[in-house]
Ligand binder design. Structure first.
Ligand SMILES: NC(=O)c1ccc[n+]([C@@H]2O[C@H](COP(=O)([O-])OP(=O)(O)OC[C@H]3O[C@@H](n4cnc5c(N)ncnc54)[C@H](O)[C@@H]3O)[C@@H](O)[C@H]2O)c1
Length: 276
């Protein structure tokens, strides 16, 4: 999609971090915005900022875990703007855990948002894009969707799922001959956002206490996020990828080598430890 001006950009998780940077970037390209999040005040603040930049903005308090709510958000977007052109399934959370020691509700919460939320966004918006004959889906995965490591079992599982789901979407669209709908997956390493404060969002019944092993790496994770690249760097690369119809966005130079190392281990029949 080379021409973005006047078209409609949809972003979930738009109140903070990468989602907010994407919304700013789409506004900068002259697009109208449909923004969803579960954090009411930050979303209202984001909308006010973007309206101040001259963008037309629809906001919706939508929990992406709920497919009916995602459908309603899509319907509200079509009602207001008549369509949707760039759809960014971006909302996501992170909590540390190990593969054998976790609260089931917490593990499910991460998977419901990070993976099923993306699937529900695709389901709600892509039929309209096919009907329009043009559009672009942008799914936020992570470098954690290409490699693995310790103390983030639910996160790694969810993000590998997002990469697989996005590849499936591209395959299915190509097979069905819907060449007008492009697909991009974003796989950043650390980005300076509020992802390390995801515990702020846990609903009642989701246990945020961390197990001992995960606690060991907790400070490292917080420091890495805080020292991460600016979300605007990711957003800039996404805008270019949508304009050029590129599938992969790997904003860090190091990610491809990490992925190659994983594949070398697979090739050599070795265990998946990146440090070994
Ligand atoms: N920050 C990083 O280092 C990093 C790296 C790779 C990938 N990512 C991914 O980027 C995406 C955006 O995260 P971020 O880093 O900007 O974090 P963030 O916490 O700053 O922003 C995430 C936004 O998603 C919203 N959200 C959470 N649960 C939601 C739900 N159920 N329904 C709707 N909105 C919800 C939050 O309220 C928040 O506004 C996530 O998918 C994350 O996994 C982040």
């Amino acid at each position: 999609m080379e021409h973005l001006e006047g078209k409609v950009a949809v972003v979930t998780g738009a109140a903070s971090g990468i989602g907010l940077a994407l919304a700013r970037a789409w506004a900068g390209a002259g697009m109208r915005l449909a923004l969803a999040d579960i954090e009411e005040e930050p979303l209202a603040k984001a909308a006010a900022e973007l309206q101040g930049l001259g963008a037309e903005v629809l906001t919706s308090i939508t929990d992406v875990r709920d497919w009916r709510a995602v459908d309603a958000f899509a319907a509200a977007t079509f009602d207001r703007f008549g369509g949707a052109h760039v759809v960014c399934n971006n909302a996501g959370v992170h909590l540390s855990d190990t593969a054998w020691q976790f609260d089931p509700e917490r593990f499910k919460w991460v998977l419901d948002i990070n993976l099923l939320g993306v699937a529900y966004g695709i389901r709600a918006f892509v039929p309209k894009m096919i009907e329009q004959g043009e559009g672009h889906v942008v799914n936020t995965a992570s470098a954690a969707g290409l490699v693995t490591g310790p103390t983030m079992a639910s996160y790694f599982a969810s993000k590998h799922g997002v990469v697989a789901l996005t590849e499936s979407l591209a395959n299915d669209l190509a097979l069905a001959g819907h060449a007008g709908v492009g697909v991009t997956v974003i796989c950043p390493e650390y980005v300076a956002t509020r992802i390390h404060q995801s515990a702020r969002l846990t609903p009642p019944g989701v246990e945020v206490e961390r197990d001992e092993t995960a606690t060991l790496t907790r400070q490292m994770f917080d420091d890495a996020v805080e020292g991460g690249i600016d979300p605007s760097v990711v957003a800039e690369q996404v805008v270019a990828a949508v304009r050029e119809n590129r599938f992969w966005v790997l904003p860090h130079d190091t990610t491809l080598d990490l992925a190659r190392t994983r594949w070398r281990k697979i090739d050599e029949g070795k265990p998946p430890f990146l440090w070994g």
